[in-house]
Design a protein around this ligand. Structure first.
Ligand SMILES: [Zn+2]
Ligand SMILES: [Zn+2]
Ligand SMILES: [Zn+2]
Ligand SMILES: [Zn+2]
Length: 250
């Protein structure tokens, strides 16, 4: 769900390795080179040589939201689900599932309905050029499309899935004054409307209005998304977590 007729231009994204901005089309090529130039994190000792998957993920009907991930082949579908929840999706612990080659891999809590769970290594379930889907919340659903760009051996310093690049916030304007929208009416969003800035919430004409924050996520305006969240949590990149050296602490 986004403004009228889904006419918002697809924003550029930021490479989180070098901080530079590139268009959605340019980013995969840039990351190829940029990852090659990446220096090891300070103070860390041994890298691990492992196959890593380069995965692009975007909103299934909202291509304005996109990111590039680097995932060790030993990471599981559950790890990938967790990352998607952390960065984009989590509002109140809804069920979720991946669909890969017509098979559904669901979170443990949904196992009554599905045969397969997410406890499967990415190296066993994904391969280059594969396109697959993720669904979060089987009621007010947010659907994501994922695409595996490549699988290569690399030296890695963390077993975590990393966000390599991410879209800048889409340019969504307040319907009343034209400034950047910061809130969206959770009723009108279903018609692609209801975007306002903080000062204009009073001018929104809808009777039952309730607003949710506009966040850089395809789940903006859905269920209670962002209503109890610090926006900073969204930006957290989890870079510090999961270094091999910290294994004992987990
Ligand atoms: Zn870069
Ligand atoms: Zn929810
Ligand atoms: Zn306004
Ligand atoms: Zn409304």
């Amino acid at each position: 769900m986004i403004q009228d007729g889904n006419t918002i231009p697809i924003p550029k994204g930021t490479c989180l390795l070098c901080g530079k901005t590139f268009s959605k089309e340019e980013m995969a090529k840039h990351l190829d080179g940029c990852r090659g130039r990446e220096s090891p994190p300070p103070g860390k000792v041994k890298p691990r040589r492992e196959t890593v998957l380069h995965i692009i993920v975007e909103g299934a009907e909202l291509p304005q939201y996109w990111m590039h991930l680097e995932a060790p082949a030993s990471a599981t579908l559950e790890d990938l689900d967790e990352l998607l929840r952390d960065v984009w999706l989590e509002c109140c612990g809804h069920l979720s599932a991946f669909t890969i080659d017509d098979e559904t891999y669901a979170v443990e809590e949904a196992m009554e309905a599905y045969d397969k769970n997410m406890d499967l290594a990415l190296g066993q379930s994904l391969h280059p050029e594969l396109t697959f889907q993720h669904e979060y919340d089987f009621g007010t659903m947010t659907e994501l499309g994922l695409h595996v760009v490549s699988a290569r051996e690399r030296d890695i310093y963390t077993k975590d899935i990393r966000v390599l690049a991410r879209n800048e916030p889409p340019d969504i304007k307040c319907e009343e004054c034209g400034k950047p929208a910061t809130q969206v009416c959770y009723v009108c969003i279903w018609d692609g409307k209801g975007w306002v800035c903080d000062r204009c919430t009073g001018k929104h004409s809808c009777k039952d209005e309730g607003f949710l924050p506009v966040l850089n996520s395809p789940r903006t305006g859905m269920c209670g998304y962002g209503s109890e969240w610090e926006e900073d949590d969204q930006e957290e990149l989890r870079e510090e977590d999961g270094d091999f050296d910290d294994d004992e602490d987990e």
